[in-house]
Design a protein around this ligand. Structure first.
Ligand code: IMP
Ligand code: MG
Length: 185
């Protein structure tokens, strides 16, 4: 057992993580994002594109707060390996299935760190001629972002700390935590 749901602190391989954003706060913000996106896309049928694996929890909560018609698809990137710091190169592991030509695309990310993944995906998707591409990310670390990117919807801006939970992993574990935890320094 890692801990019962929503513990204040958890220990991972001898390192302590403390709660940064609790379950209730996340759920409230995700509902607001769903409302905002639904309003912005009224009359359209956007395709939400989840970035595996990290965005799955956010993705499934977000689309249940969307009250217009939409479609979903997924792509998978690898950039981090098992390290806590971005490796600085991105690989595509799983391509899209959907035909996105002339469609409104919304990329759903768990977190934007350096911004490299976003730059890579935007370029990749733009070459398939969608009508529009917007980005929604649950978390953004502005201090870590090195690329000039536009984020259309941001759940929370957070300090430059390593975080886990609500989809975010530490060596592939802890994605199932309901709250977001940050490494204590
Ligand atoms: P970027 O390309 O540097 O912006 O990195 C984005 C990806 O790195 C995210 O989609 C996450 O999968 C991963 N990532 C960045 N920061 C963290 C973190 O603090 N914890 C867990 N994963 C992270
Ligand atoms: Mg990710």
């Amino acid at each position: 057992m890692i801990s019962k749901f929503n513990a204040k602190e958890i220990t991972v391989n001898g390192e302590t993580f403390e709660i940064l954003i609790d379950e209730q706060t996340i759920q409230k913000r995700v509902a607001e994002l769903g409302e905002e996106i639904s309003r912005d896309y009224e009359g359209k049928v956007p395709i939400f594109i989840g970035v595996l694996n990290g965005s799955v929890i956010f993705f499934s909560d977000l689309i249940r707060n969307i009250y217009i018609n939409c479609e979903v698809d997924f792509l998978k990137l690898s950039s981090y390996g098992d390290a806590k710091i971005s490796s600085g190169n991105v690989r595509l592991i799983k391509e899209l299935n959907a035909d996105i030509k002339n469609r409104d695309i919304i990329i759903v990310e768990d977190i934007v760190d350096t911004g490299l993944s976003i730059v890579y995906m935007k370029e990749l998707l733009r070459s398939q001629n969608p009508a529009s591409i917007k980005i929604v990310t649950l978390l953004h670390k502005p201090e870590a972002t090195k690329y000039d990117i536009q984020l259309d919807y941001v759940g929370f801006q957070i300090p430059n700390r390593f975080v886990i939970g609500y989809g975010l992993d530490h060596t592939q574990k802890y994605r199932n935590l309901r709250s977001i935890y940050a490494l204590k320094n």
